[in-house]
Design a protein around this ligand. Structure first.
Ligand SMILES: C[S@@+](CC[C@H](N)C(=O)[O-])C[C@H]1O[C@@H](n2cnc3c(N)ncnc32)[C@H](O)[C@@H]1O
Length: 179
C-alpha cells in the first residue's frame, strides 16, 4: 500500500499547490517501480526519475517504461555519497517503504531537501510501527521538527491513512514542502 499512499497524498497536495503533471519528480528507493507506475498511469505524472541503491532493482524499474533517468546510489548514513544530481533539480520527491530496518537513514531527507526546488513536495510513506520498532528511526520526527524550525522545510501533514499499510500494520505518511 505504500506506493498507493504516496501517490494519493502527493496528488492531493500537488493539485492544491499547483504542481503540474509534467513536474520533475524523483522516486527515491524506487525498487521495482510500483510507485512510478501509479504516479504515471493512475495520476498522470509524466516526468519521473528513479533512484535506488540496487542496480538490479533499477533494471526492473526500467522495465516498467515509466521513468526517464536512473541513478544507482545509496543515500543517508555513513555510506551516503552525493548523487549525480545538482541542487534544486526536482520539483518534488517521493519515497515509499524506503524507511525499513537497515535501509535508509534519517539524514537522507537532507539530500532530498537539497535536490528538491523550494516550493516542491517531499512525500514519504512507511509502516507506522517502524518509528518505534527501529532504533534508527527514533530520531526521525525530532529531526523533521528540527529541520522545520531551521526553515529547511515546512510540515504539511503527518497522517495515518484509514486503510492498512500491510496486513494489520498502519501506514504513516509524511508530507513536507521545501522552503
Ligand atoms: C522495500 S523496497 C521499496 C521499493 C518501492 N519504493 C516500493 O514501495 O515498492 C526498499 C528499496 O530501498 C532500496 N534502498 C535501501 N537502502 C537504500 C539507500 N540507502 N539508498 C537508496 N536506496 C536504498 C532497496 O534497494 C529497495 O529497492
Amino acid at each position: 500500500m505504500a506506493p498507493q499512499f504516496v501517490s494519493q497524498y502527493f496528488d492531493k497536495h500537488a493539485r492544491a499547490l499547483g504542481i503540474p503533471k509534467d513536474a520533475r519528480i524523483l522516486d527515491v528507493a524506487a525498487g521495482t517501480g510500483m510507485q512510478g507506475v501509479l504516479l504515471k498511469k493512475k495520476y498522470g505524472y509524466t516526468r519521473l526519475d528513479a533512484t535506488d541503491a540496487s542496480q538490479a532493482m533499477l533494471d526492473k524499474a526500467r522495465d516498467t517504461g515509466v521513468y526517464r533517468n536512473f541513478y544507482c546510489c545509496r543515500i543517508g548514513g555513513a555510506t551516503s555519497y552525493r548523487w549525480p544530481t545538482v541542487s534544486d533539480t526536482y520539483d518534488s520527491a517521493v519515497m515509499s517503504s524506503g524507511l525499513c530496518e537497515g535501509h535508509i537513514k534519517c539524514d537522507a531527507f537532507l539530500e532530498l531537501i537539497r535536490v528538491v526546488k523550494p516550493g516542491g513536495l517531499i512525500v514519504n510513506a512507511m509502516r507506522e510501527v517502524n518509528i518505534r520498532k527501529c532504533e534508527e528511526y527514533h530520531n526521525l520526527h525530532p529531526s523533521f521538527k528540527k529541520w522545520a524550525e531551521e526553515k529547511k522545510w515546512e510540515c504539511i501533514e503527518h497522517v495515518i491513512p484509514p486503510t492498512k499499510h500491510y496486513m494489520d500494520y498502519d501506514g504513516l505518511v509524511h508530507v513536507y514542502r521545501v522552503l
